[in-house]
Design a protein around this ligand. Structure first.
Ligand code: SF4
Length: 494
């Protein structure tokens, strides 16, 4: 079905198109004079006197509704633009929900990746927990269960967010190694599959080391220091023992200092780990590693193209414990092909037996370009929404009962059933890197393939993003340009 949008002024499109798409997924949106469209959505906003007026209607084969409302005009300034946008989004959300006679989205008008940031903003404005809950429901249409989840996450991670505000020169460092031993079927990361170690890795490391040397000199010059490090990818543990040792020698020389609180290494694929590599990581100061089974069902592991079995997961965890790594994170995915509620229950129970300090529960985001999207089709994967919801609730219940606390949360496009990814932790093992990056309250400097940087301006709270190419060859070819761009952005913060 095509949907015709009649918007006055036309710029309202930016405010509302995500909500319309949420209400009518997969439908074509037409604008302007296009005469096609079985459904017509009309929205008008204008200011008269000291009031903002909104008028809207939906007309189609099975719906014919209209509404209008007026609100006091917000004061001038950035906050007023936000309020105007919120009023408009809430108005159209209510209209769309009335048109379908149901709650459209458990997160209401919040369509962004980081809904917990809003809770922090409301707390910063002086609202207490109760008033934040009220505001999430009344102003943003978030349902009661999600509002409780968001405030719970914010209450756990607020100390790390607040203390970051005391350290304007502290930053987080991400180093991306964009290679994996094989491609998992649900993954669309366009990094490299490791085929020839010498030909693939060596030129990449040369470019990375060049970027590290340059950026370290600039950080020193500008007085920045590194508070946390995340070595991600890809799978950084595809590096040989010798190259991992070399990389950490450089990280120590260039970035790691007395203020560095936390170093995490993504060791997601057990097929890249050895006891020796884990001892090396521990000796290099790594206190957190991620060993990611995704599921504890052997059949699914094979079905999603992971090159390892469950024995490999358990063995890697034992090696990491033996090496003395303090915090183990394990990633799980709900909504994998062929899995239902009982499979997820099994995974949760098996994971709890292993007692990792951190757990990250993802809801499958089927990305275009992944093997899984090609194999199953995006629409078929959307059919299990109800089961996915029940599995998310079940895992939350089991993990909370076992003492885990939700401490960061993010949403992403293509995620199943309008859900979220949640980081859980036993008390005392929260990852400060994850919290500060998720809540965007600190500069993130990304080096290496596919690494994202976020430059946080303390004066006005704004963020500027910059991304290194994910493809390793493009990264190597553009290294001087990447360095120059990031140096400029860091200097602009000074
Ligand atoms: S290990 Fe991670 S980055 Fe690598 S292919 Fe699998 S999901 Fe993608």
């Amino acid at each position: 079905m095509a949907i015709k949008l009649q918007l006055h002024p036309e710029e309202l499109y930016d405010n509302i198109h995500e909500l319309v798409r949420m209400a009518y997924p997969g439908q074509e949106l037409l604008r302007g004079d296009d005469e096609r469209g079985e459904l017509e959505i009309f929205l008008e906003r204008f200011i008269k006197g000291n009031s903002v007026y909104l008028r809207g209607s939906i007309k189609g084969p099975e719906v014919d509704i209209a509404r209008e409302d007026s609100y006091p005009q917000p004061e001038a300034g950035e906050e007023s633009r936000r309020q105007l946008s919120r009023l408009t989004r809430r108005f159209i959300y209510d209209l769309l929900a009335a048109g379908q006679d149901k709650e459209l989205n458990s997160y209401g008008i919040l369509t962004g990746m980081r809904p917990v940031k809003l809770v922090h903003r409301l707390l910063d404005q002086g609202l207490d927990q109760e008033r934040v809950l009220e505001s999430l429901g009344a102003d943003f249409r978030v349902n009661a269960a999600k509002a409780r989840l968001l405030t719970e996450v914010a209450s756990h991670n607020r100390p790390a967010v607040a203390s970051s505000r005391l350290e304007p020169r502290a930053l987080a460092l991400y180093v991306g190694i964009p290679y994996c031993p094989s491609r998992c079927y649900y993954c669309s990361f366009p990094g490299g599959i490791l085929r020839d170690y010498e030909q693939d890795i060596k030129p990449f490391l040369a470019a990375l080391y060049c970027e590290m040397e340059h950026m370290a000199a600039v950080l020193k010059d500008l007085g920045f220091w590194v508070q946390s490090i995340y070595l991600g990818g890809g799978t950084p543990t595809v590096l040989s023992y010798g190259d991992l040792a070399d990389l950490f020698e450089r990280l120590h020389r260039l970035f790691i200092g007395p203020g560095t609180e936390e170093i995490t290494v993504e060791a997601g694929r057990p097929d890249t780990l050895t006891p020796e590599k884990l001892v090396l990581l521990k000796q290099a100061g790594v206190e957190r590693v991620c060993i990611n089974p995704q599921t504890m069902n052997e059949t699914t592991l094979h079905a999603i193209g992971r090159n390892h079995d469950l024995k490999g997961v358990v063995q890697s965890l034992e090696w990491a414990r033996k090496a003395g790594i303090k915090t183990i994170n394990m990633d799980l995915i709900i909504g994998l092909p062929g899995e239902g509620l009982e499979d997820n229950r099994h995974t949760a129970e098996e994971i709890l037996r292993l007692k990792p300090e951190n757990l990250t529960v993802h809801t499958l985001a089927v990305k275009r370009g992944s093997t899984l999207a090609r194999m199953e089709g995006l629409s078929r994967l959307g059919e299990k929404e109800e089961e996915v919801h029940r599995s998310v609730d079940l895992m939350a219940e089991l993990f909370k009962k076992a003492g885990y606390q939700p401490y960061y949360l993010y949403r992403q496009k293509y995620i199943k059933a309008s859900l979220e990814n949640i980081g859980y932790s036993l008390p005392g093992f929260f990852s400060v890197y994850n919290i500060r990056i998720m809540e965007e309250c600190q500069t993130l400097l990304g080096l290496g393939g596919g690494a994202g940087s976020k430059f946080f301006n303390w004066k006005d709270g704004s963020l500027a993003s910059f991304y290194n190419p994910k493809n390793p060859s493009s990264y190597c070819a553009s290294i001087q340009r990447l360095i120059a761009a990031k140096v400029d952005k860091l200097r602009a913060l000074h």
